[in-house]
Structure formats: structure tokens, C-alpha cells
Design a protein around this ligand. Structure first.
Ligand SMILES: [Zn+2]
Length: 472
């Protein structure tokens, strides 16, 4: 009798646990799901596991309740009897991408950002991104709200690490307030942490005192701070305990000759100093050491800089934009091509060389896309482009995939669950047609994106917003 009661209780408990794990998907999400079964076996697939290890051919992955239950050679890993089996001969799986300089807004007008969260989360997921950190927001609550709705199954999209509104000093952006002092910075961090924000972004005109106070307040709550800096140098930010710096070395003002404390010398001045750097020189090597000593990760956002650089190809995915935004970018692109004096002709390749040197010295490099600038950085499409650009920068395809998945998972402290493909991990997987361990461009050929074992249809996600991105 007692045993029977215990059994009933145990069954009731396990049903409750199951119900808690699998969100009840709303209609807005259901229409994008192409694969949803309690047990799934992906057979005869090439596995690129995100650790940097070589690809393994002809593997079987068994997914149970959203987790990778088993993984091994197809010959010795038979699919369970109750599995929905999918033959993936000729195809590859990579880990769901974990990218950390994403936004839910886009430049829609001069100095103005349209908040486009609803379409962007679909595009990110379609592009293979299953976890993303937003790198600053211009909406207030939207990043946090979308994170909660996605977690609850009411919206399709990646798991979101949601940043608060920017921490910045005096500035001309309509959607950014100006901090008054260190106490104000602390209050802003505490307020937004209470509102559910899970990370913070410091911006160009913050002072050292404000940044220090913000870092202290965030760390007290176990939250991290990243920065796109200018008034504060990378070395100063490292000393203050910042966790991450954005845009590789492109935003460093450490090498500006007469840099005044707490003053941004202006972007062109900083960029000229960076463009003139020697990646093997003592000054740069010393900064790399400082960053590594303080465990500061660096985020590569080559995609946004590519749009500023003459002679580069048109970026992918523009046809999802409303015609007016597409035209606006195409005009910007034409102007960029004509500007043969552009600093980016030397800065873009130099930025690549500096990032590569940092990573080769043992620094932690993360990846993101930054859909800002003059437009043209399209969520999802640009995450795939970022991987291609990391290969152009000098990484192997396997390293590029690692930078785009497990490095960021480790940075976010979630590597026990996400970022690599292994038994026990969340089944966040991107099925691609081809072999991106050889040809990185094959990451563009996404067939299915599995998030916690639920397979989403990238084409349906993209079609649902095609020609409308800019409206919502
Ligand atoms: Zn950004």
C-alpha cells in the first residue's frame, strides 16, 4: 500500500515536472514548429560539437524531453523504439548559436531606432541563434518582456539575456538618458535588475566613477557588465572590473596620445589610433595582458563594421526589410563604396588582426552582430555572416563555430546546459545542409533549428516577416 502510494506520488510529481519543463506553446509559436515529439533520433548526421573538436561523421543523437539523451556512432547507437527518427545523411548539426551583441532595434531614421523585437526574435531563431544577449536596449521594458514571453512559449525566439537601457553620460540619442553621477548609475542598475534585466551595457560617455559604481551594483546581484566605451579606456575598465568589451579593439581609446580622463576624444580620433597599432608591438601586447589578467572577454562584431567598409559585398537578408528601409541602406551602401578615403579601409583589416592576436594570446573572444550603424545588419542572416567573417579573420571554421557558441555559453555561465553538443545538454541544435567544418558558408543552409528539442522551421519564420521588418 505504502509503495503504491509512493509510486502514485512519484508519477504525479514527474508529470508536474514535465509540465513545468515544456512550455504550452501559443498559436503564435505553434505555426513555426515542424518537429515536436517526446523522443527524437537524428541519425547518420555529422556532428560539429562546438568544442573545436573535429567533426564526427555518421552519428546518432537521441533527444528526450528537450535534452540530449545519447550521442554516438550510428552503428552503435540504435534509435529507441518510441523515437521519431529523422535520417540526416549528408547533413550536419552545430550547437545553437550563442551570440552576445544583439539588439531588438534597428536604425530606422536619422538618430532614431525603431524597436523591432517581434520580427527580430523570429529572424534570430531562423538564423540558428538559440541564446542571445542583447547589447543595450532603447525601449525600456521590451527586452525583458520578450524574454519572459519566449520563455513562456508565447513568442518564438532565442532564450534572451536581456540588457537594461544603456548606462551613458550626456549624449544626443533620443532614447538614451544621461547619468548624473555614480549614485545615479547605481540606482539605474538596481532599478533595472529589479525589473528583470539580466545584464548591463555601458556606453561611450560614461565616467570612470559611474562605470565603477554600475559594475559594483551589478556584481552584487551576480549580473555582468559589458561596454562600448570611449571616455573610459579598456585598461581603466578592466581595472574597474568590467566583464566584457564590445567591438573588438575598435572602440579602444587607450592609444590616443593626449587622452583626457573621462572624456571621449571622438570616434575618429580613437579609430585613427587603433588603425595605426602594431598587433605585435609592446603597447598593444601590454593591453592584451591587462585584459587577460582581469578576465575581460572581447566581443567581435565584424558584421557592423563590414557595412562601413568600401569594397565589401552587400550584406545578406536585406529583402526582409520594408522597401523604404531597404532603399535607405542601399543608398548608404552606395555612398560607402564611393568613399575611398574611408578609415575603414585600413581599420577593418586591422581590427581583425588585433582580435585574432588577442584570441591567439589566450583571450576569450565572443561573437555578435550589432544591427545598428547605418543599417544592413539583419538579425539571423548576419549571425551566419559573422561566422564567415571570423574565418576570414584567420580562424578555422571549427574555431569560428566555437567562438559563436561555447565561448559565449561559458561567458554567460550556462555552459553546463548550452553551447556544445553532448549528452546531458539542452538539445539546442542547428541542422544545416552541408559541412560547415569545411565550408563555413554552409551555416547559411539552415534546415531546422532545435531549441530545447523543439524543431523550428527557419523558412516559415523568415516568410512571416519578409518585407515587413521595420513595421514591428
Ligand atoms: Zn550595439
Amino acid at each position: 500500500m505504502r509503495t503504491r502510494m509512493a509510486l502514485i506520488v512519484a508519477i504525479a510529481l514527474s508529470v508536474a515536472v514535465l509540465a513545468a519543463q515544456a512550455p504550452q506553446f501559443g498559436d503564435a509559436v505553434k505555426s513555426f514548429i515542424k518537429l515536436n515529439a517526446p523522443v527524437i533520433a537524428l541519425t547518420h548526421v555529422r556532428v560539429i560539437d562546438g568544442t573545436g573538436a573535429p567533426a564526427r561523421d555518421d552519428q546518432t543523437i537521441v533527444i528526450r524531453k528537450g535534452l540530449i539523451d545519447r550521442l554516438g556512432p550510428s552503428a552503435s547507437t540504435p534509435p529507441p523504439d518510441d523515437a521519431t527518427t529523422i535520417d540526416l545523411t549528408g547533413k550536419s548539426v552545430i550547437p545553437g548559436l550563442v551570440m552576445v551583441h544583439e539588439h531588438l532595434y534597428y536604425p530606422t531614421g536619422p538618430g532614431f531606432y525603431g524597436n523591432l523585437g517581434e520580427s527580430f526574435v523570429r529572424l534570430y531563431l531562423a538564423g540558428g541563434v538559440t541564446t542571445m544577449r542583447t547589447g543595450g536596449n532603447t525601449s525600456g521594458v521590451m527586452d525583458v518582456k520578450l524574454k519572459e514571453m519566449i520563455d513562456a512559449g508565447q513568442q518564438p525566439g532565442p532564450a534572451i539575456d536581456a540588457t537594461a537601457p544603456y548606462l551613458n553620460g550626456p549624449n544626443t540619442f533620443l532614447q538614451m538618458r544621461a547619468l548624473k553621477d555614480a549614485a545615479d548609475a547605481r540606482r539605474q542598475v538596481e532599478y533595472w535588475a529589479d525589473m528583470g534585466a539580466t545584464s548591463f551595457k555601458a556606453y561611450m560617455n560614461i565616467t570612470r566613477a559611474e562605470l565603477g559604481a554600475a559594475i559594483e551594483a551589478a556584481h552584487a546581484r551576480g549580473l555582468k557588465v559589458t561596454g562600448h566605451l570611449c571616455s573610459v579606456t579598456y585598461a581603466e575598465a578592466a581595472q574597474l572590473g568590467i566583464d566584457n568589451l564590445e567591438h573588438g579593439f575598435m572602440a579602444s581609446t587607450d592609444f590616443v596620445a593626449d587622452k583626457q580622463p573621462d572624456v571621449c576624444p571622438g570616434q575618429p580620433v580613437g579609430q585613427r589610433a587603433v588603425a595605426a597599432l602594431d598587433e605585435n608591438g609592446a603597447a598593444f601586447t601590454a593591453l592584451v595582458k591587462t585584459l587577460m589578467d582581469h578576465h575581460v572577454a572581447l566581443t567581435s562584431t565584424l558584421t557592423v563594421f563590414e557595412t562601413f567598409t568600401p569594397g565589401r559585398p552587400m550584406p545578406p537578408g536585406l529583402d526582409v526589410l520594408v522597401p523604404e528601409l531597404r532603399q535607405q541602406f542601399e543608398q548608404n551602401y552606395a555612398r560607402t563604396q564611393q568613399n575611398q578615403q574611408s578609415i575603414y579601409k585600413t581599420l577593418f583589416p586591422k581590427g581583425m588582426a588585433l582580435e585574432r592576436a588577442f584570441a591567439r594570446a589566450g583571450g576569450t573572444l565572443l561573437a555578435g552582430t550589432d544591427p545598428t550603424g547605418g543599417g544592413g545588419v539583419i538579425p539571423g542572416f548576419s549571425n551566419q555572416r559573422q561566422l564567415e567573417l571570423l574565418v576570414e579573420e584567420g580562424f578555422t571554421p571549427l574555431e569560428a563555430i566555437q567562438i559563436g557558441s561555447s565561448n559565449a555559453a561559458r561567458y554567460l555561465g550556462r555552459d553546463a546546459r548550452i553551447g556544445t553538443i553532448a549528452a546531458g545538454k539542452q538539445a539546442d541544435l542547428v541542422v544545416v545542409n552541408g559541412d560547415p567544418s569545411v565550408t563555413i558558408g554552409d551555416v547559411r543552409k539552415v534546415e531546422t533549428v532545435l531549441k530545447q528539442g523543439i524543431g523550428f522551421d527557419p523558412q516559415k519564420l523568415i516568410e512571416s516577416v519578409r518585407g515587413k521588418v521595420g513595421l514591428w
